[in-house]
Every structure is written in structure tokens, then in C-alpha cells.
Design a protein around this ligand. Structure first.
Ligand code: SF4
Ligand code: FE
Length: 491
């Protein structure tokens, strides 16, 4: 089977017996848990849209490995057009779910590992690339969700991995034998981990030769013995347990992150793609980060489209849509949102082939994309809150609206434009609340700040990749200083 249906995906997760913890208890059935299910629904959209005739072309691609049509989330980008299609797919999914749909970290990890394993083999004569591609065939043929597991717990940030008081602060190899390796450690902030079939473990930073135990990249089934998941709670998450839908804001969809504990997990050699090659850890981190930073120029833009739409709608419902300052603020939101998209598209069209032949985004522009994503969604959210008005933070509950005595009073006194029922105002305010301060703001704002690396990580890459010396030479040439001897400092 190359393309799973939504139902087949959900059934396959039922067969994936993970150990999941939430609110201090082990969850028996994570697939149907009301707090987790919206995030599963969001991933399921990556299957559903692949099946629909009008979106299937965008959500699938011709595999260079199997020759079959595969879900684009498992595809190795074969051209800059593929990279652009990826951004368009992510925008579409953001529009359809208004949340993080969780499958991109895996796609970006697969593409980064494809390039880095080829590079490693070329430089070191290691056997990783063919092994990795064999694994990827399996992922494509089974249409699996892969969770890209990179961020270690890191302990004391002033200390390197091997200097930590507890050596498990970074995932490490604790044992090797002829059959495989055993890994121990934890990965934090793992997007969509509970909805994944597979985890792709990678180092979180550049490493030195003496840190070889930490240079590990490998795949593990998400329900392998020794793996535990602890669900990360989000603002207003228990609204999903109240039985209603309106107060949740986005009742159908949501993202999730989890802490993953690797409590001595065995990995056979056939799934090991880096084992001690410290010189390539930094490259893997950078190439994954570049792909994922560009991805945000698609997914966050799609969520931004929904927020802009909700803001325009609430302006209409509240009778202010024709005020010139409201129109101008909406235009500002559009400008900010499309700026992010332009960055994502540019990083993709400026992509180039990697050592494996699969395509990498332009790293400088990918970092510019993500640095903008650390700022512009916050500005868009601020404008949405400005236009929505204070009721965004003071609206009574859904249960009050449903109460026989006070419900009709709320309908009467919270009415706005006579063209729309009060219910519209209630629903739209809850959606904007979800995206700007509620559970949805984890994906739209906090993840925009820290996902794929916090802003300083992008600034470091900008300084490294921008070609500052070349720019200086350009200026010196124009200024007529290029032929002069270099200035002497000091004295
Ligand atoms: Fe995909 Fe965006 Fe979620 Fe990352 S944050 S997994 S790019 S939807
Ligand atoms: Fe992310």
C-alpha cells in the first residue's frame, strides 16, 4: 500500500501500542482521548487531502525510490519545484486545520538525513546512505508518520554534553554490539510524537571528537520498548474535556508536543544512520533546521490566513468592517503574512542539489524566513486582538449561553450587527482567542518563536552565511578603496 486513507492511518495508530502519560496517569487509548484527538485529526488531514482529487496532486509526489506516487511528507525533494510545492502544501494544511499538523519535522528530517548520509559516505566510506534509503522505502511504502526527534533536554546550557553532571542530558549511545546499539536520554518539545509511527532520532548540536557517544542518528518504531511519552499541556487544554465545542475555539484540530523518554532503547544496525561520526552532527542539525525553518513560511502562513479571515469576519459581525483604520489593519496583517510566504517560496526556489541529489533549500533565506516567523505572527496576533475588542478576554462561557435564564440575556446584550446572530460573534471570538492566547497559540506563537530553533540560532546563521566580507569588498570597490593597502590598527 502506498497511500493510506485517513481511516487506515487511524487504525494503524491503534496498532501502535505506545506508553502515553497525561495528567499524571497512563492513557489507555490515546487515539480516542478527547484532549489528544484533535491533534490526531490534524495529522489525518495529511492523508485525507492526499486522497481528494482537487488536492491530491499537491499532497503527493512521484517517488525517486519506488517509482510510486507517495505522500509528499515522505518524499525526497527532487527539484526546486518540489520544494515550492512543499511550502504550498503546508500553507494549504494550515488553512484547513488552523494548527500545527505535525508531519513536517519528519519530512524535513528525512530530507536532511538523505543528504548528510550521502555526504558522510562520500567522505568516510560509511554504509549509511543505502541503509537510510532502504528505510525510507519502507516509510514511503507504508505511508508512515515520522517524528523528527532532535531537541535534547540539554541540562546546564553552559556545559557541553559530556560535561553535564548527568550524562543523559543529551541522547547517547550506552551500548553497542553486533546486533545494534542501545540509546538513552530524552527529547523535548516533540511535535506530534504521539501521532507518529516512527521516530527519527538525531543529535541536537555540533559535536567534538570526544563526544562520539552523542553522535547518533537512528530510526525507531514509536512503540519500541523503553519509549515513554509525556503529553505537554497547553493553555485552556481542559476546555476540550468540558463537553462543549464553542469555547475550545478550534474543536476539530490542534497540535501537540510531548517529552519523549528513551529508557535504554535497542536499535538494530539496519536503522542506524550515524554512530559516532561527530564531524557530521553539526551538518545534520543545520540541514534539518534549514528545511524546517523554510517550512514555517508555509504552515504559519496558512494559520495566518485563518486568523486574518476570522478577524475580517469579527469586524463585519461587530459592524466596524468599513472603518478606515480597521481596513488598514487588515491590510497590514495581509502584508505581514504574505511576507512570510514570500520568504518560504524564495528559500525554496533558490534551493540546490545536495550530495545525494535530493534538493536542499537556500539556507540563508530559510533562516531569514524563520527569523521573520519569530516576529510577524506576533504582530498579526496583536492586530487581531486589537480589532476583536476586549470581549475576546471577557466572553462568558458556552454553558452560560446555553442556560435557560441567562442565555437569552447574553444573546440580547452581546448582540452586535443585526445582520448576524450573537452566536457568530461568540464563535469567532473563541477562534481568535484560541489562536492568539489559547491552545492554538502554542502552535501559532510559541512554536513560531522557538520551533526549529530560537531566534538567536537564526541570527548566528545569518552572520555566518551572509557573505559579509564580500559585501565589504563591494563597498570598498565602489568607494574606490579596493586598491589601497589594508588599514593598520592599534598604536
Ligand atoms: Fe509542520 Fe509547521 Fe507544525 Fe513544523 S510547526 S510540524 S512546519 S505545521
Ligand atoms: Fe515545528
Amino acid at each position: 500500500m502506498t497511500l493510506k486513507t485517513r481511516e487506515q492511518y487511524i487504525q494503524s495508530l491503534r496498532n501502535c501500542k505506545k506508553r502515553v502519560f497525561l495528567f499524571g496517569e497512563e492513557v489507555e487509548n490515546y487515539v480516542d482521548h478527547p484532549l489528544i484527538r484533535p491533534s490526531l485529526n490534524a495529522v489525518a488531514m495529511t492523508y485525507e487531502l492526499a486522497q481528494r482529487p482537487e488536492t491530491g496532486g499537491l499532497l503527493t509526489a512521484d517517488s525517486n525510490l519506488t517509482g510510486e506516487r507517495v505522500n509528499r511528507f515522505t518524499h525526497l525533494h527532487q527539484s526546486t519545484s518540489d520544494l515550492v510545492e512543499k511550502i504550498k502544501m503546508q500553507r494549504l494544511l494550515g488553512q484547513c486545520t488552523a494548527c500545527c499538523f505535525q508531519r513536517c519535522a519528519g519530512m524535513d528530517s528525512l530530507n536532511a538525513l538523505d543528504a548528510v548520509t550521502a555526504h558522510m559516505d562520500q567522505e568516510l566510506g560509511t554504509p549509511y546512505h543505502q541503509r537510510f534509503r532502504q528505510y525510507l522505502r519502507h516509510v514511503q511504502e507504508e505511508d508512515l508518520v515520522v517524528g523528527g526527534a532532535m531537541t535534547d533536554s540539554k541540562g546546564d546550557r553552559s556545559l557541553r554534553p559530556a560535561e553535564q553532571a548527568d550524562p543523559d542530558m543529551f541522547v547517547r549511545i550506552i551500548h553497542k554490539d553486533e546486533g545494534g546499539i542501545v540509546i538513552r536520554g530524552a527529547k523535548l518539545h516533540q511535535t506530534g510524537a504521539i501521532n507518529a509511527h516512527e521516530l527519527l532520532v538525531m543529535p541536537t548540536r555540533a559535536l567534538r571528537p570526544e563526544e562520539s557517544a552523542y553522535a547518533v542518528a537512528c530510526a525507531v518504531p514509536a512503540d519500541a520498548p523503553g519509549i515513554l511519552y509525556i503529553y505537554g499541556r497547553q493553555a485552556s487544554d481542559t476546555r476540550k474535556l468540558e463537553g462543549g465545542r464553542v469555547d475550545v475555539g478550534n474543536a476539530e484540530f490542534g497540535g501537540h508536543e510531548a517529552v519523549i523518554i528513551f529508557d535504554d532503547v535497542y536499535v538494530p544496525w539496519e536503522w542506524v544512520f550515524m554512530c559516532g561520526e561527530t564531524a557530521f552532527a553539526g551538518e545534520l542539525v543545520e540541514w534539518f533546521a534549514a528545511h524546517h525553518r523554510a517550512s514555517y513560511g508555509g504552515c504559519k502562513v496558512g494559520v495566518g490566513d485563518v486568523l486574518i479571515g476570522a478577524t475580517q469576519a469579527i469586524a463585519r459581525v461587530q459592524g466596524v468592517e468599513n472603518a478606515s483604520h480597521i481596513k488598514d489593519k487588515i491590510v497590514e496583517m495581509i502584508h505581514l503574512n504574505e511576507t512570510l510566504y514570500a520568504c518560504g517560496i524564495a528559500a525554496s526556489t533558490e534551493g540546490a542539489p545536495s550530495p545525494s541529489g535530493s534538493y536542499l533549500v537556500n539556507r540563508l533565506l530559510a533562516n531569514v524566513t524563520k527569523l521573520n516567523v519569530t516576529r510577524l505572527p506576533y504582530q498579526i496576533a496583536s492586530l487581531a486582538q486589537d480589532i476583536a475588542g476586549g470581549l475576546l478576554g471577557t466572553l462568558p462561557s458556552e454553558k452560560d449561553f446555553n442556560h435557560p435564564e441567562i442565555g437569552p440575556l447574553l444573546e440580547k446584550y452581546l448582540a452586535s450587527s443585526a445582520r448576524y446572530p450573537t452566536r457568530w460573534r461568540q464563535h469567532l471570538l473563541r477562534l481568535i482567542e484560541n489562536l492568539t492566547v489559547g491552545a492554538g497559540a502554542v502552535g501559532y506563537l510559541v512554536e513560531s518563536m522557538h520551533g526549529a530553533g530560537s531566534p538567536m540560532a537564526q541570527r548566528i546563521m545569518l552572520a555566518r552565511l551572509a557573505g559579509l566580507e564580500e559585501k565589504e569588498q563591494m563597498a570598498l570597490k565602489i568607494a574606490g578603496l579596493a586598491e589601497e593597502p589594508a588599514p593598520v590598527h592599534g598604536g
